[in-house]
Design a protein around this ligand. Structure first.
Ligand code: APR
Length: 280
């Protein structure tokens, strides 16, 4: 994308956000590649380079359901793998720009698919971790979240007392990360839907928008405008009051949201460059 067009779109996005009443951000793995964490489907993505790994990932939740004890033994004994290194990664200027927009009172909520906890570490306060977090555990019965160090997992393994049990309801506790085929935790799913309905601007950063149900959220926001236009059709006055949602993508490449006209425009570039420029 040419520099001139890029700058014009950044100015336009800044004006749109400044003029919005309720902006939310939706983020994906593209936010974290500049922190050294590979994404999944980009040119250097984890699934792009190792389709086998994606197939294994599809079985993770089934394995847990079949035998939670074995799931935990494997988790505690296997090499740390990609998730293990996440703790050593730092937020990048893209994460910090979203914190800036939140501090300005413009960004009301960030809904992320990332499990790397980088938004939290950058200081985002209103955060929904749609696919959970590698740094947390979750009770599958009552959805209580725990930090990993709230359980002595090694001792539970030595005493053959895995899986860990929820201190609130006695339910089985697993890693908070939501696996393929695993339902999105109900509290986060409901809050995310509410945000998608409430927003009048959605800033979608660093996601290929191919994984559902997350990829439904922009379509739900777009749908709200279409329904309101249908209701208001016929009365010009009402048309002026239709709650218009502006959907902006910041992504290295176009996505189905671009192709399907769900987003109003895409700023094609790196989130670590574009988001700070918008915040500025
Ligand atoms: N700036 C902007 N966009 C980027 C950058 C960057 N620095 N780096 C990569 N991208 C883009 C890629 O081109 C791609 O379109 O970000 C997108 C990342 O898409 P995916 O790798 O599919 O990641 P994501 O959309 O978050 O995947 C969704 O799939 O594997 C599951 O649960 C996992 O949460 C993940 C979900």
């Amino acid at each position: 994308m040419g520099r001139l067009i890029m700058n014009e779109l950044i100015q336009r996005a800044a004006r749109d956000i400044a003029g919005s009443g309720y902006t939310i951000a939706l983020t994906g793995a593209g936010m974290s590649t500049e922190s050294g964490i590979p994404d999944f489907r980009g040119p250097q993505g984890v699934w792009t380079k190792n389709p086998e790994a994606e197939k294994r990932a599809y079985r993770g939740y089934q394995d847990f359901l079949q035998d939670p004890g074995r799931y935990w033994k494997e988790r505690l004994t296997s090499s740390t793998g990609a998730l293990g290194e996440l703790g050593a990664r730092e937020p990048n200027p893209g994460h910090h720009a979203l914190v800036e927009l939140e501090k300005m009172g413009l960004l009301k909520c960030t809904i992320t698919q990332n499990v790397d906890a980088l938004h939290e570490r950058a200081g985002t306060r209103h955060l929904l971790e749609y696919h959970g977090s590698f740094a947390k555990l979750r009770c599958v019965s009552c959805n209580a979240r725990f930090r990993r160090d709230e359980f002595d997992l090694e001792r539970l393994m030595r005493e053959d007392r895995l899986p860990p049990r929820c201190s609130k309801c006695g339910g089985i506790v697993k890693g908070d990360t939501v696996g393929f085929g695993e339902p999105i935790p109900e509290d986060v799913a409901n809050q995310s839907l509410e945000e998608a309905w409430k927003c009048d601007l959605m800033l979608i950063c660093g996601t290929s928008a191919v994984v559902y149900p997350f990829a439904n959220l922009p379509r739900i926001a777009r749908q709200k405008t279409r329904e309101a236009q249908r209701e208001a059709a016929g009365s010009l006055a009402a048309m002026g009051r239709v709650p218009v949602v502006t959907i902006i993508e910041v992504n290295a490449e176009p996505t189905p949201l671009t192709q399907d006209g769900v987003s109003d425009y895409i700023i094609q570039g790196k989130t670590g460059d574009v988001l700070p420029a918008i915040a500025e």
